[in-house]
Design a protein around this ligand. Sequence first.
Ligand code: ATP
Ligand code: MG
Length: 558
Amino acid sequence: MSDEKPSNFIRDIVDEDLAAGKRKEIVTRFPPEPSGYLHIGHASAIQISHSIAKDYKGRFHLRFDDTNPEKEEEEFVESIKNDLQWLGADWGDYLYFASDYFDQLYEWAINLVKEGKAYVDDLSPEEMKEYRGSLTEPGKNSPYRDRSVDENLDLLERMKNGEFDEGAKVLRAKIDMAHPNLIMRDPVMYRILKARHHRVGDKWNIYPSYDYAHGQSDAIEGITHSLCTLEFEIHRPLYDWFIENLPVPHKPRQIEFARLNVEYVITSKRMLRQLVEEGYVDGWDDPRMPTVSGFRRRGYTSEAINEFCYRAGVAKRERVNEYALLEYCLRQDLESKAARRMAVLDPIKVVIENFPDEEVEWYDGPNHPSNPEMGTRKVPLTKEIYIERDDFMEDPPKKFFRLGPGREVRLRYACYITCTDVLKDSEGNIVELRATFDPESRGGSTPDGRKVKGTIHWVSAKENVAIETRLYEQLFTTPTPDDLNEGQTFLDNINPNSKKVITSYGEPELKKAKLGDPIQFERKGYYAVDPDSSDEKLVFNQTVGLRDSWGKKNAKPR
Ligand code: ATP
Ligand code: MG
């Protein structure tokens, strides 16, 4: 990522708070709920909070907001940690779980009850909804609102001990049933849930709501700036109410920013989960998924994702970012890092008739065209080779500088060949080409200085490695997959052709490729080893093609 420090409205607030002496140290946090894998929107949220802590030499906390035992799993905790590490967001010693604060939260709830600021309500969920009123109508007080402190204390204790059924009672803050903000109409603080919690087991029969747990967790940890997305803006008065009414050790401040939106990308965990659970994709880390793990498997780098989030910026209002910008950031990063290799994705065989039958000639190919430090590798040429089917045309137009009958091209790193014959099957499909090579052209030029216009990539038909190549298109057919007509769901926008598996051939050097190695298949694009690879079978994912559609039409690169 760029070294310059971004300026944005959140950093302005931080600067003001520091200048005014309100804060000495800046402490931020990322508070994921362990109910799914992280997606690119989370990567943005992580970057915003982490980079502020880092630039201001403060602290960055990772806190799992594990207050909902029904949706949470250990698998998600591990994947989230792994993704943060990969993104470079180091939480150091500051790993927390909201469940660590359950005792403290309960104690504070008792405080509120004692002060007459919270009560146990027996209304059913439906009744509660009815009593809540609407945007245009005030709510009504629950008939249980004026229970005595003693009765409330007793009921709360018994709720905790598991004496009541789920849904029978809740603890509510006593604020104002006529408050213009519906969130403030006696919000629920605790609900009865007899679910086993992934960390605290069966200890609790009641669990705190997000609104109650979140701000207090911030306060306990000494978070100074609690940064979250705009949907929490209407919750802020409640966030502040709890902080004002509880004996918390610190007073954090909540600041909201706009969610990151990207074309073709869905960032709703519910929808992503549905794609996984209903088998539309092959798991959370399917390379078509906008999850951090999906991008990683696809061959995206953390640098590219961070650069993209940086460029997308911190906004107060939502907008949709172009997918092409993300791909631009990726190509910018991969261009300098990726080792060049040759692979033929859609092969057609060429027999070089004047090449000695059993001979293997080894040529040197630089691993990078402009970075000699990346070294070279050996590429074998044999009598039979594969070239890309679309690098040949039987009746080529003038501007086609690749192979055609009687035409000469350069085989990258090796020599010149001229096509002498075209072999077809009974249906007229081209099945094989014949060619001759000029022995004088070994190394890529001839003594007579003759020029060839085209250079194509190729792979020996004998000395190669077979590759299962997975090609991808966008998972959705429209840039705004959750922009729906009546009666539609986002599933109606799924692209049925988003994954295609083909068999390709690569140069032998590809056998050494490891997970995470950035690789360019020359003239084709960037590719990455898939974890499905084994000693028997090499599997590559198409990461992104070479052609850039963003950089060209936008301002010069930063
Ligand atoms: P759900 O869809 O289940 O509400 P979520 O996407 O909000 O989940 P959380 O684990 O609660 O997931 O999110 C952790 C943090 O990431 C929150 O502070 C949230 O504001 C932020 N976040 C979530 N989605 C985005 C997004 N698209 N852009 C930026 N930040 C996001
Ligand atoms: Mg959420």
